[in-house]
Design a protein around this ligand. Structure first.
Ligand code: A2P
Length: 313
């Protein structure tokens, strides 16, 4: 798996990370087994979040992988986790990061991201959340908390997720430590051209989530894996539709967080580095109609501030 050198980061990041969010949420043993299988398949980059409820399983899998000798040390892995919106008050950020480290049973993560540009004044598990707890994010204050996590050695790098050009621009104007990356939905159906151009100009790397359209989850569908244009390209190259979508993302210079808990599909998703798409393929993909799949409204409810965030993304 090729690795990327990111600004401000000593350790290079493998361009494909294994996602660990599943729907409905898999139990601990299932997630743990999937992570171990992924390590065996060669994955060294794992993407989790407090909100996914998969930090503990990932942590246990890492301990097990070390015990089994599948990896030599914790530092063989690149681990990303995310700050949930209920902990974005500046005073809560360092404790929230420490809580994630405790779940993960590691001394540091490689990347800590602000999960969404929003603040929830309470921790609520039931959705939709009550409208009165949805508040704007104090970007400047929150980022200071993130920088403190770096200064304390809790994380090697910091970044954001689901940040629009506007929000990222505000952050860049106050950050002492610039965000290393912005993890956003990106796939042939939501190509994020403008955001990618902006990020390139400003030295922020982009990571794609839902590169396969998050099929079979509450927040995704089969618009990628069931797409005929992509299927035709795949057929002509002797590849799968999933591989075409992942290869397309990779060719845009974007890294990938993609989830599979299935051994064959995990392996299949790594077979994208020894072939390429033709100009004609790229042309066809560039003409696909665009539609955003993941919305914050589908997670928190259609509250005015939430709809505003979705409209910007
Ligand atoms: P599974 O875990 O059963 O493999 P995304 O990466 O866009 O979030 O998509 C994840 C979804 O796509 C999961 O439901 C996953 O299911 C499925 N998936 C992952 N890889 C493949 C593949 N190569 N072919 C078909 N479905 C896949």
């Amino acid at each position: 798996i090729p690795k990327l050198k990111l600004s401000g980061m000593e350790k290079a990041m493998p361009v494909i990370g294994m996602g660990t969010a599943s729907f409905p949420m898999a139990d601990l043993e299932t997630t743990k087994a999937a992570v171990l299988e992924a390590i065996k398949a060669g994955y060294r980059h794992f993407d989790t979040a407090f909100a996914y409820g998969s930090e503990t399983a990932l942590g246990q899998a890492v301990v097990e992988a070390l015990r089994l000798g599948l990896i030599e040390s914790r530092s063989d892995l690149f681990i990303t986790t995310k700050l949930w919106a209920s902990f974005t008050d500046p005073s809560q950020i360092v404790p929230a990061c420490k809580m994630s480290l405790q779940n993960l049973k590691v001394e540091y993560v490689d990347m800590y991201l602000i999960h969404w540009p929003v603040r929830l004044t309470e921790m609520v598990r039931k959705t939709p959340v009550p409208v009165e707890i949805v508040k704007p994010l104090d970007i400047k204050g929150a980022w200071k908390g993130m920088e403190e996590c770096v200064n304390l050695g809790l994380t090697k790098g910091i970044g954001v997720s689901n940040f629009s050009i506007k929000t990222l621009d505000q952050l860049l104007s106050t950050a002492k430590i610039p965000p290393t990356l912005n993890q956003v939905e990106m796939n042939p159906y939501w190509q994020q051209k403008k955001l990618r151009e902006f990020c390139k100009e400003r030295g922020v790397h982009v990571t794609a989530y839902s590169p396969l359209g998050a099929n079979n989850t509450k927040w995704g569908d089969d618009r990628i894996l069931g797409n005929e244009v992509l299927a035709d390209i795949a057929k002509a190259r002797g590849k799968t539709t999933a591989q075409v979508a992942l290869r397309w993302v990779y060719e845009q210079g974007v890294s990938i967080a993609s989830k599979s808990f299935n051994k064959e599909r995990m392996a299949q998703n790594l077979q994208i580095f020894d072939w390429c798409l033709s100009d004609q393929d790229l042309q066809k993909i560039s003409q696909l109609p665009q539609a955003k799949g993941v919305t914050l409204a589908s997670i928190l409810g259609p509250h005015p501030l939430v709809l505003e965030i979705d409209a910007d993304l």
